[in-house]
Design a binder for this molecule. Sequence first.
Ligand SMILES: *Cc1c(COP(=O)(O)O)cnc(C)c1O
Length: 429
Amino acid sequence: MKVFEQLESEVRSYCRNFTTVFQKARNAKLWDASGKEYTDFFAGAGALNYGHNNPRIKQKLIDYLLDDGVTHSLDMATMAKENFLTRFQELILKPRNLNYKTMFPGPTGTNTVESAMKLARKVTGRTEIVCFTNAFHGMSMGALSATGNGFKRGGAGVYLPYTTFMPYDGYFGRLVNTAAYLEKLLDDPGSGVDTPAAVILETVQGEGGLNVASDAWLRQIEEICRARDILLIVDDVQMGCGRTGTFFSFEEAGIEPDIVCLSKSIGGYGLPMALTLIKPEYDVFNPGEHNGTFRGNNLGFIAAAEALEYWADAKLEKEIAEKADMINGALSKMVNEHREIEAELRGKGFIQGIAFTGEPELASKLCAAAFERGIIMETSGPRDEVAKLMPPLTIEKELLERGLAEVVEAMNSIMSAFKQEEKELQLQS
Ligand SMILES: *Cc1c(COP(=O)(O)O)cnc(C)c1O
């Protein structure tokens, strides 16, 4: 790790928790330079839904490279892009009765969010964007202005304007309907809240602590937007591509956002790629008005098109549901067997975790103990109080089971250390 400490910027982060140098990876397994094996329950924060070095996708990439396929093309038309657009239409949009034009912003999640916010302002002529407590939308200025985390916001160094934060679903507990709260403020000429260009939301807040919005809340937010000509933007950068169980995370709720942001796993192979899906009537950027050098990452198109084949039938969805139940079972067991601490299950589908609401520091301790046992997992939430599991969707059942057993053991070990400490504290007082 010396090279990284000496040569890489202090801003580096994940390598501080996972203190080894990785060399190889396949599906949900990683190996470090010494040959030690790890199970990946983090999946590139959701960029590796189809696993590391997915063999189907890898073969397509190899063939394309050997054939001297165009790698970089700005936004010129290429065979790779044509095929991706066609397959995306056929396999994803058509079967779901969705009608979107596809925009290629820069290749990252924050790029699609920026383009969505800009577009909503252009469409409506309004400036404000309503966003939610504990939202995470990215690190560039516009996306950061819609991100809740104070530490991340502090990095901006300037005032982050033109956003209005509202309480997310469940922010005041299950009994307070925060959609009704938003509606009242929007309609009250005395509220001080200006009519926004758009509402931007995640259906499940990943970085924000695995907060799941109910279907009813999402539908109510959509109605509120419709009635006031406010655009609804769903940031599906992390929850899309199957993370919650369906291709789009909002399918179950039955809503139809005006703009959808996709990135992370849309590139299929962990390759940088992002899409901004736009209802045709809002496709109003002039040619080149929003631009970027790396919008034509053809390796991304090749990998993405092959990854879409996973959605040609219901097999993957069914597998996600079965394996999500296994994850839920292990986590429930962990919470139930350690009733002495305040903890609750969070999340949905292939992003579930435990919120250590009483002792937030236990989440980091659990991740560290799991890492010692060869499991890669991370925390989230405003106090890093949630230990979350988000393996590749393609993880083998048997490896998932073994990995979960290690996490259960890691929990037992941190809990016995925790109880020991409590006892010592009691003896001292
Ligand atoms: C990761 C993420 C982003 C930002 O994506 P980057 O590629 O890191 O810029 C935006 N929104 C959500 C919901 C994310 O999870």
